[in-house]
Ligand binder design. Structure first.
Ligand code: TYD
Length: 233
C-alpha cells in the first residue's frame, strides 16, 4: 500500500467562493446524519442562507444511476471498481451542481457523505488503501474538499441497535456485518487524525439535541468569521 505523504494531503483544499460554504456529514449507519442535516438546514435558512442538501452517491441523474448500480448490486465488485464508481459520481456532482451553486454568495451546500466515505469504506475498510483513494481524487475538481466535515461518531453496538429499530433492508455495504463496521469506526477515527482541522469529531451517542447544539456552536463561529471577513474587506 502507498504512503500518505504530506505533499499528497496538501493538494486537497476547500473551494474559495466568498460568502458560501461547503459542508459534509459523515458517520456509520445510525449516527443521525439525516436528522442533523435537516436541523442545520432550518437553522441556516433562518440566517438567510440558501441551503442545498445533496447525497452521495447521487445528486445528479447520472449519479443516481450509479447509486443503484453500486448499492443494489448482487455480485461482488472490487474495491478499486467501487472507488472509481463513487469518484465518478462525485466528479459529476462537483461540476454539475456543487461548484455552480457555491458560486452564488450566501449559499451552503451540505453533502450527506463525501470524500471521507470513500477514504473510509474503500480505502480503509475494503482494503484498497487510503493513499490510493486520495490519489484517485488528486485531480481538479475531485481535490476540492469541504470547509468543514461533521463526523458523528457512534460505536458499532449503538449502530446495530439503531439499525434494528429501523428494520430497513441492508444495502451492499450494510450487509457486511460487525467486523466491517468495526473497521469503519477505526477508519473514520483515522480520517479525523489525517484532517484534524477540517473534520470535527462529535460524540453522537447522546441525545439529538446535544449533537445539534455542538454543530450549531461551530456553525455560528463559522458564520461570524465570514461576517468579520466581509467587514475587513
Ligand atoms: P446510504 O443509504 O446513503 O447510506 P447511509 O444512509 O448510511 O448514509 O448509502 C450509501 C452507502 O454507500 C453507505 O453504505 C456508504 C457507502 N459509500 C461508500 O462506500 N463510499 C462512498 O464514497 C460513499 C459516498 C458511500
Amino acid at each position: 500500500m502507498k504512503e500518505i505523504t504530506h505533499e499528497l494531503l496538501s493538494s486537497f483544499r476547500a473551494p474559495a467562493f466568498p460568502g458560501s460554504f461547503f459542508l459534509s456529514f459523515e458517520g456509520i449507519e445510525g449516527a443521525g446524519k439525516s436528522t442533523q442535516i435537516t436541523r442545520l438546514k432550518t437553522y441556516l435558512e433562518d440566517k438567510n442562507f440558501r441551503v442545498l442538501i445533496l447525497r452521495e452517491p447521487g445528486g445528479t441523474p447520472f449519479g443516481e444511476k450509479l447509486r443503484s448500480a453500486i448499492l443494489e448490486t448482487k455480485s461482488e465488485i472490487t474495491p478499486l471498481a467501487e472507488a472509481h464508481l463513487f469518484a465518478s459520481s462525485r466528479s459529476q456532482l462537483l461540476t454539475e451542481v456543487i461548484m455552480k451553486e457555491l458560486a452564488s454568495p450566501n449559499t451552503v451546500v451540505i453533502c450527506d457523505r463525501y470524500i471521507d466515505s470513500s477514504l473510509v469504506y474503500q480505502g480503509h475498510a475494503r482494503g484498497l488503501g487510503v493513499a490510493e483513494v486520495l490519489e484517485i481524487h488528486n485531480i481538479f475538481p475531485l481535490n476540492l474538499v469541504p470547509h468543514l466535515t461533521f463526523y458523528l461518531r457512534i460505536d458499532v453496538e449503538l449502530s446495530e441497535k439503531r439499525q434494528k429499530m429501523r428494520n430497513a433492508p441492508k444495502d451492499y455495504f450494510e450487509a457486511r456485518g460487525i467486523e466491517f463496521y468495526k473497521k469503519l469506526v477505526v477508519g473514520y477515527d483515522l480520517m479525523h487524525e489525517l484532517f484534524p482541522k477540517r473534520i470535527l469529531k462529535l460524540d453522537a451517542t447522546g441525545s439529538l439535541d446535544e449533537v445539534t447544539n455542538s454543530i450549531l456552536e461551530v456553525i455560528e463561529r463559522m458564520i461570524n468569521k465570514k461576517d468579520e471577513m466581509v467587514e475587513e474587506e
